[in-house]
Design a binder for this molecule. Sequence first.
Ligand code: PHE
Length: 434
Amino acid sequence: MNSTRPNWTSRYSFILASIGSAVGLGNIWRFPYIMGKYGGAVFLVIYLLLILTICFIPLLAELAMGKTLKKECIGAYESINPKFKLLGFLNPLTGILISSFYFIVGGWIINYIYLSFINYKTADYGGYFSSFIQSPMLSILFTLLFLFICIFFTSRGIKKGIEFANNVLMPLFAFLLAGLIIFSLSLPNANLGLEYMFKPDFSKVNPEMFLAALGQALFTLSIGMGALLTYGSYIKEDKSMVKSAYTIIFSDTMFALMAGIMIFPAIFSFGLEPDSGAGLVFVTLPNIFAKIPFGNIVSAAFFTLLFCAALTSGISILEVSVASLTERMKISRIKASVILFIIISLIAIPASLSFGGLHNITLFKKSIFDFLDFTTSNILMPLNTFFLCIIAGWFLKIKGSQFINNKFFAMLFDIGLKFIIPVVLIGVLVAGLK
Ligand code: PHE
C-alpha cells in the first residue's frame, strides 16, 4: 500500500466531498432541462426508478473498489489485471471529455453572476444568451476562467483544496437553495409547476427516455467516471460504506427534486415553456428574475448557488486525472494541473466555439458541445459502469457481505453486481441507441 497517498480528514469530509461531486450542474442545469425535454413527471418516475434500482450497487462498488485498492483509476484497474489498464484509462478520458463541456457551462454561470451584479436587463434574454455563447472571446474567456478556478482548488490537494471548498460551498449552496424554493413556491400558480413535475403522463414513455434517464442518473451521481473510485481511495476507515452510499444517493436525489421545485413553479407562474433545452436556466430564469422585485438579488443568489454546485463537481472531475497524472508520472499536483489545464482547453475551446464560428461542424448530427454531453453521459458512463460491475464483481470479487450484514441483501448485491446491472445497462444502451 502506498503510504504517501492523501486521506480524508474524517468520514464527514469524505461524504461531503462525494455529495459535492454528485450535486452539480447535473441537478440544477441538466436535470430540469432533460426532464422538460422528455415530458416532465413521466421522466421523473423513470429516473427515480433507475436511481432506486440500478444506481446503488455500482455506486457502492465504485467506492469500495477505490477503498480496497487505494490507487488512482488506471492503477486500480491495472492491479486487478494488466489487461484492464485501458478500461481504467477510459475513466479519466471520460472525465476530460465531460470537463470540456461542463466548464463551458461553468463559464456561462460566471457571466450571469456578473450580469446580476450590474443589474443587466434586456427585453430579449434568448437573443442575449445566443449572442453571448456565440461570441468567441467571451465564451472562451469565461470557460478558461472557470476551469482555472476549479483547477486551483484541485492543485492545492485534498485537505487544503477539495475539503476546504466543499466545507464552505456546500452549506452555502443548501442555504441559497432553500431560500429560492420558498420564493418560487410563493409565486402565483406555482401549483402548475408542481403538477408538471409530479403528475405523470405514461403515454409518453419510449426507450430513448430510459437511456436519457440512465445517462442522467449516472451523470448526476458521478458514477462511471472514476470520481467515486478516486474519492473512495482516500478513505482511511469507513465502517458503514452502505450508509455513506445511501447518504450520497439520497442527498443528490433530494437536491435534484429541490432544483425542480425551485425552477418549474417559477416557469409556469410566468407562463413560460419548460422544454426550452440547455438554455432553460440561462434564458427562462433571467426572464423571470427581470420581472420580479429585487430580481437582481434573487438572480445573484441563484447563479452563485449554481456556481458552488458546479465548482465542487468540477473539482471532482479534475481530481480523477490529477490523481492519475501525479501517481503514474510521479509529478507534483501543480504540474499535473497545468498539463490538465492545457489538455482540457484544447477540447473545450472548439466545443465552446461550436455555438458560433464552428457551428457547421457536426459529429453524428450533433454540435461538438452536444456530442460531448451526449456521448459522455449516455454512452461512456453506462459503458464504464458496465465494466466496473464486471471487474468489481467477477475479478476483484467484491462481495455484498463485506459491507451488508443482512444475508439476503448481501446476496441481492452480489447478483445485481455480477448479472442484473450489467445486463440492464447494456439493454438500455442498445435499445436507446437504436
Ligand atoms: N455529478 C456531477 C453533476 O451532477 C457531474 C459529474 C459527473 C461529476 C461525473 C463527477 C463525475 O453535475
